[in-house]
Design a protein around this ligand. Structure first.
Ligand code: FES
Length: 105
């Protein structure tokens, strides 16, 4: 059973393989910020600190939204903020193994 860890908290959750990250955490009492729940608004963004390979590859909608977020973050915080960050949308990412995440404000 995959385990999801939330950085800077003592929270870890065992989730079912193939579950959507947002749904799996919400069902277990941990609600991430969210808006559309369809991959378009970017409100549910998280940085994946480890286990990137344990999330199924993003689809085109998620990819486009992440690209827009990267542009926005770069303008606001500069290139260093976004460099080497693995960003995923928790409402779209399906978990297949252990991951560690940090919500991005
Ligand atoms: S809640 Fe809008 S992209 Fe996930």
């Amino acid at each position: 059973m995959p385990r999801v860890s939330i950085f800077d908290t003592s929270k870890t959750f065992d989730v079912n393989e193939g579950e959507i990250l947002y749904d799996s955490l919400c069902d277990r009492g941990y609600e991430l910020p969210h808006g559309c729940l369809s991959g378009s608004c970017g409100a549910c963004r998280v940085e994946v600190l480890s286990g990137q390979e344990n999330l199924l590859a993003p689809g085109i909608i998620e990819k486009n939204t992440i690209e827009s977020l990267r542009d926005e973050f770069q303008k606001i915080h500069g290139e260093e903020f976004i460099q080497n960050k693995e960003i995923r949308l928790s409402c779209r990412a399906k978990v297949t193994g252990d991951v560690s995440i940090r919500p991005i404000k």
